[in-house]
Ligand binder design. Structure first.
Ligand SMILES: *Cc1c(COP(=O)(O)O)cnc(C)c1O
Length: 509
């Protein structure tokens, strides 16, 4: 009795947990907090100086049984400010040049907030008709904005969906291709299916092949050479497929890249399709990063070859101002995806099929059949807001600004004879390294110098944060311009830090 009274006193009634007035007050607190973070983000070192365990040691061992009084949210936000923010890598810092960007905007963040607040689960059309239809509309809007061929849009008989990541998209596509091939050749042949990629392809593809149950030694990794700008050479693909066919194996899928992760190389997609198509091979384009550049007319030619492929995925969360998470996947034949991932034996979810019967010509989509999970986020709302509020011109200008700043960085690298740009810059990533300082410098010593340079640059408190890659066997630094807050001065300052450390390192070489 006294216990239940105690509970009543301290624990809010469920309805209070979503009270409008409380939400308004707490919402202001959180938005103010984020705005303050952005105004001070440059004060933090991009990468924190912390050791493993630094945070867990400072937090209690278990969740509190009672909220902290008088204002639990304020107390928690103080901890975010004092304990968490000093220990994160500040991906939105204007000095974050590592990996690829995690593109952010106020509208992208608020789109996430809006979707979280409405919190629907659009797994079937009927489970949230407007959320599903908005996704259908947004996929065609985005596809047109990126100049994708009509055959990939709902309008042209194809279609698309918003997933969380490219890893998911690539797996879904591979499973669709696998099942349509097995329907032709018989399930028993799964061990004979072969997939193709280059040695620059993202590990997402290898992971997908493993999950899809393909044999580990049936993944052909074709070397991409410096003289081909690290793009997959069609002749080598041709030879590999020929050998496999002669050995009685079945070529299944080629994962080509538009913008590889190490250097943003673009595979010759049309030539690769000409090789792959006669073998009945599904061609996917992984454009996770560079797909966003297709919004610019100057990159539009890259989309020309896409009419020859079966599917394409790209991440608006990487470079199109749509905050985490968001991967857009388009297919010419979504029916193959639905055949592989559809689940129509669940009576509870059957209602959409009935709805479909009442419609004339409008595609009725049950997006649960296009992905791995049932529950899904209302990502279309965020993408729609970003497209509406910035417009395709606004998005184009943002991408262009980054490309321009990267070109400026590339010029600075090129005009310092101690350095070399190791792969032609195509978008907003510059891969560079110190040249071997003398003719006698070994490959190993040169790598060591570049590793030291990289470590010194990243350890500079007010300096830039960059990542590295191994390109053509050599250790290189990657400067990826794409943080929304980055301005030209940040790029110039970053280069100055690189130069100064190079001078120090070479002085003692
Ligand atoms: C980032 C990246 C991926 C992985 O993307 P996720 O959305 O994190 O799964 C795949 N391919 C390429 C080319 C990438 O740059």
């Amino acid at each position: 009795m006294s216990m239940s009274r105690g509970l009543q006193n301290c624990t809010p009634r469920p309805a209070q947990l979503l009270d409008s007035d409380v939400f308004r007050r707490q919402g202001h607190q959180v938005i103010d907090f984020i705005a303050e973070y952005y105004s001070r983000i440059s004060d933090y070192p991009v990468h924190p100086y912390v050791l493993p365990g630094f945070l867990s040691r400072r937090l209690p061992e278990a969740a509190p049984s009672q909220p902290e009084q008088p204002d639990p949210l304020s107390a928690a936000l103080n901890d975010v400010r004092d304990l968490i923010l000093p220990g994160i890598t500040h991906w939105q810092s204007p000095r974050h040049f590592a990996h690829f960007p995690a593109s952010s905007s106020t509208i992208g963040a608020l789109g996430e907030a809006l979707a979280a607040g409405i919190n629907v689960v659009p797994f079937t059309w009927a489970a949230s008709p407007a959320a599903t239809e908005l996704e259908v509309v947004v996929m065609d809007w985005l596809g047109k904005a990126l100049h994708l061929p009509k055959s990939m849009l709902f309008e042209g008989g194809g279609g698309g969906t918003l997933l969380g990541t490219s890893c998911e998209a690539i797996l879904c596509v591979l499973v669709a291709a696998r099942d349509s091939k097995l329907a032709e050749v018989g399930d028993g042949r799964i061990g004979d299916l072969v997939v193709y990629c280059s040695d620059q392809t993202h590990f997402a593809f290898h992971k997908a092949a493993r999950i899809a149950g393909l044999r580990k030694d049936n993944c052909r990794v074709i070397p991409a050479r410096r003289e081909d700008m690290y793009a997959l050479p069609p002749a080598a693909l041709q030879a590999a497929m020929q050998t496999d066919v002669e050995a009685g194996l079945i070529p299944l899928l080629l994962c080509s890249s538009m913008g590889t992760t190490p250097t943003t190389a673009v595979d010759p997609i049309r030539e690769l399709c000409a090789v792959a198509s006669p073998h009945g091979v599904w061609v996917h384009v992984d454009a996770a990063y560079a797909g966003s550049a297709l919004i610019c007319p100057e990159f539009r030619h890259l989309a020309d070859s896409v009419d020859a492929v079966d599917s394409l995925s790209m991440n608006p969360h990487k470079w199109l101002l749509a905050n985490n998470d968001c991967c857009a996947l388009w297919l010419k034949q979504p029916s193959a995806l639905v055949a592989a991932l559809g689940t129509d034996d669940d009576v509870i979810l059957k209602d959409a099929a009935a709805a479909a019967a009442t419609d004339d010509g409008v595609p009725v989509v049950d997006y649960k059949d296009w992905q791995i999970s049932l529950t899904r986020r209302f990502r279309a709302l965020k993408v729609w807001l970003v497209l509406r509020c910035y417009g395709t011109d606004g998005l184009r200008d943002a991408v262009r600004a980054h490309v321009r700043m990267a070109a400026a960085f590339e010029d600075m690298v090129t005009s310092d004879a101690r350095f070399e740009v190791v792969a032609t810059r195509l978008f907003a990533l510059v891969c560079f390294r110190l040249r071997p300082p003398t003719a006698a410098t070994s490959r190993c010593e040169a790598d060591d110098l570049n590793k030291r340079l990289h470590a010194a640059v990243n350890a500079t408190r007010e300096g830039p944060y960059m990542s590295s890659a191994v390109v053509g066997g050599a250790y290189v630094l990657r400067c990826a311009v794409g943080s929304t807050l980055t301005e030209e001065r940040h790029v110039r300052d970053a280069w100055k830090v690189v130069q100064d450390h190079a001078t120090l390192i070479l002085a003692v070489y």
